[in-house]
Ligand binder design. Structure first.
Ligand SMILES: Nc1ncnc2c1ncn2[C@@H]1O[C@H](COP(=O)(O)OP(=O)(O)OP(=O)(O)O)[C@@H](O)[C@H]1O
Ligand SMILES: [Mg+2]
Length: 624
């Protein structure tokens, strides 16, 4: 952090606090009222203690006796003040706690909501660990100073009251107060400025440590199979060590400033006693007044620290807030239109790509985007099956993502039933089209929940018929608790092929009118794959009637398609039936034959249920 930003951290921190107050004004008012009550009583108690000493204790010592009424009055006053102070503290703490935790909850919700609104391209640029820490420790950090804030505000009011009461008592003692309190404030400000860069660094490292931890748990399989445990641990401990050093730097600064902040009011008390003794001799003040003021300085020392707590937490708050705001202010979410599709429409949809071009955003802003699709035009007619075939990296998954509007084209348009998908309402496209992605994602929940995803209109019969179409009813029925079986995080208790068929059943359960299969059955036995596609194309009664766009490699699967689109380098190179392309397009024939050879080659053929770990750490499993 530069010195400029550390200098205006106070201003920015105060504006973050201002936002908090604007969002929770009533709770804040309650907390500050409690705090001001407390502050007023602190001043009052100082004067009552002074009065007790001056009017009860001193006469008692001098005369050797004291009236019961005076003691009762003093005791009553002190007791009353204590009770009211409890009320003040209670109001302040409760209000501050409510305000802090409400803000945290609200911003956690906003951040996670934002994540889901932001486009895929944004997620691809941001590490999961960072997102976790944005929603967690950054939100916490942003609202950290809220806890002492009402106390600090009450203390400020109290300081003004204290200085005023000092002036009423004696101008010389007031001058001591005017020297000490601003000095305390200034010291706190210096403290927070020095703290700013250290806190920002610690907050950034917190995110990095959680990022690395997340990555190594996620990639545990790769780490283990490649025997990289030691290196991975070293990578983690290096960053954890940096975080430790950063936190120690924070602690060291705190260690220097905390005693200074404690000492200053004590020095003030000392100055009061020296100046006060002098003024007492001059007859300008009474013993009662001197004791009151000395006591006032002692009791003020603690609340004044609350200002320091707020100021000390401001840099961390600003650092956390900046990271939270980066998410909340991120743009690029896809605006929806207002054309609604009939959700009850049972007819298959028509998908049209009209001269579509697309480029992924560059990793760094100054680099040009890489065009991955150009001039792509084709149609999947209603109720038909179109296969997308092309070498790896040719843009098949990108086309699949465009079809369900995970991304928007840079040129041209994607149309569903003749309507540009950008003009559809939020729910319309999701209700009409379903993508089964290349990498299946399974939630840590039951089989049923994984398929229905809380969609209310999907009954168990629908789940079973979707499972049947996905050729998954057999293995689900064999699970110990059937539909109620928990499948573990990311479906760890399932095989790769089982996971794929579960995600396929999830898509089918919504009865989509357009089904986009991106290599969705690659881990399934070729015969089963063909059977699934054949079943989808000829739906039995109650099955979905969908148009299908399928990314596939296997000859048996491709042969079922009404039309094949052959892609190379993001361009449509040829189209026609499988037989036509096989006869006319050399690249196509090579690709399909090469894949087929790989599948039938005894050297590469995998026996059923064999698990073959790849270098990537993913496992490919072939089911019966
Ligand atoms: N998030 C991304 N950022 C930048 N470039 C990307 C991104 N995703 C894919 N690409 C690039 O876009 C091109 C097309 O990728 P795509 O995933 O569509 O290919 P594919 O045909 O599905 O390949 P495969 O058969 O291996 O799944 C590739 O060159 C790839 O490197
Ligand atoms: Mg792909």
């Amino acid at each position: 952090m530069t010195s400029k930003t550390s200098r205006d951290v106070l201003g920015r921190g105060l504006s973050v606090l201002g936002r908090a107050i604007r969002e929770q004004p009533r709770i804040f008012a309650v907390a500050v009222a409690g705090s001001v009550l407390f502050g007023g009583l602190v001043i009052a108690s100082a004067y009552i203690v002074g009065a007790v000493v001056g009017d009860v204790v001193v006469p008692a010592v001098e005369r050797g006796s004291v009236g019961v009424a005076a003691i009762a009055l003093a005791a009553g006053a002190l007791f009353g003040i204590s009770v009211l102070r409890v009320v003040g503290i209670f109001g302040r703490r409760l209000g501050a706690g409510y305000m802090q935790f409400r803000l945290q909850a609200a911003y956690r919700r906003r951040v996670t909501r934002r994540y889901l609104d932001l486009p895929l391209s944004w997620h691809q640029r941001n590490a999961t660990g960072t997102l976790l820490s944005n929603a967690n420790s950054d939100v916490e950090a942003a609202w950290y100073p809220i806890a002492p804030l009402p106390f600090a505000v009450g203390t400020l009011v109290m300081l003004v009251g204290a200085v005023a009461s000092l002036f009423v008592t004696d101008w010389a003692l007031a001058l001591v107060g005017l020297a000490v309190f601003p000095a305390l404030f200034a010291l706190n400000v210096v403290y927070s400025r020095w703290m700013a860069p250290r806190q920002a660094r610690a907050q950034r490292l917190r995110a990095e440590v959680s990022g690395i931890a997340h990555e190594s748990f996620d990639g545990a399989l790769v780490v283990k199979t490649m025997g990289r445990e030691a290196q991975e641990t070293a990578r983690f401990s290096a960053r954890a060590g940096e975080l430790r050093d950063a936190l120690i730097a924070v602690g060291r600064l705190r260690g220097v400033f905390d005693p200074l902040l404690e000492t200053l009011p004590s020095l003030g008390t000392l100055a009061v006693l020296v100046v006060g003794a002098f003024r007492l001799r001059q007859g300008a003040i009474t013993v009662t007044e001197l004791v009151s003021v000395a006591f006032l300085f002692t009791v003020l020392a603690f609340p004044v620290r609350a200002i320091g707590w707020v100021l000390a937490e401001l840099p961390r708050s600003v650092a956390g807030w900046d990271r939270v705001r980066r998410v909340l202010d991120a743009t690029g979410e896809m605006p929806y239109g207002d054309v609604a599709l009939d959700p009850a429409d049972p007819t298959p949809a028509t998908l049209t790509f009209a001269d579509v071009g697309f480029a992924y955003e560059p990793a760094e802003a100054h680099l040009p985007g890489v065009e991955v699709l150009g001039g792509v035009s084709f149609t999947v007619p209603a109720g038909r099956t179109v296969a997308l075939v092309g070498p790896t990296g040719s843009g098949k998954s990108t086309i699949a993502a465009l079809a369900v509007r995970l991304v928007d084209p840079h040129t041209g348009a994607v149309l569903l039933d003749g309507v540009d998908v950008r003009r559809l309402t939020a729910g319309s496209l999701a209700g009409a089209a379903a993508l089964v992605a290349q990498v299946p994602f399974v939630f840590d929940d039951t089989v049923r929940a994984n398929i229905t995803l809380d969609r209310p209109d999907i009954a168990d019969e629908d789940v079973w018929s979707a499972l049947r179409l996905a050729e998954a009813d057999g293995f689900v029925a064999a699970l110990p608790d059937g539909l109620d079986t928990m499948v573990g995080e990311r479906g760890t208790s399932l095989s790769g092929g089982q996971r794929q068929r579960l995600t396929l059943a999830r898509a089918l359960a919504g009865r989509p009118r357009l089904l986009v299969l991106d290599d969705a059955t690659s881990a399934v036995d070729p015969r089963v794959e063909a059977a699934i596609l054949a079943g989808l194309r000829a739906p039995t009664a109650g099955g979905p009637a969908a148009s299908i766009m399928v990314v596939a490699y296997r000859r048996a699967t491709i042969a079922l398609a009404d039309e094949v689109i052959y892609l190379e380098h993001g361009r449509v190179l040829a189209r026609g039936t499988h037989t036509e392309l096989l006869a006319t397009v050399a690249g196509y024939a090579d690709l399909v034959t090469a894949y087929e050879q790989a599948e039938t080659d005894p050297q590469q053929q995998r026996t059923p249920d064999e698990v073959k770990p790849l270098a990537s750490g993913l496992e490919i499993e072939v089911d019966r």
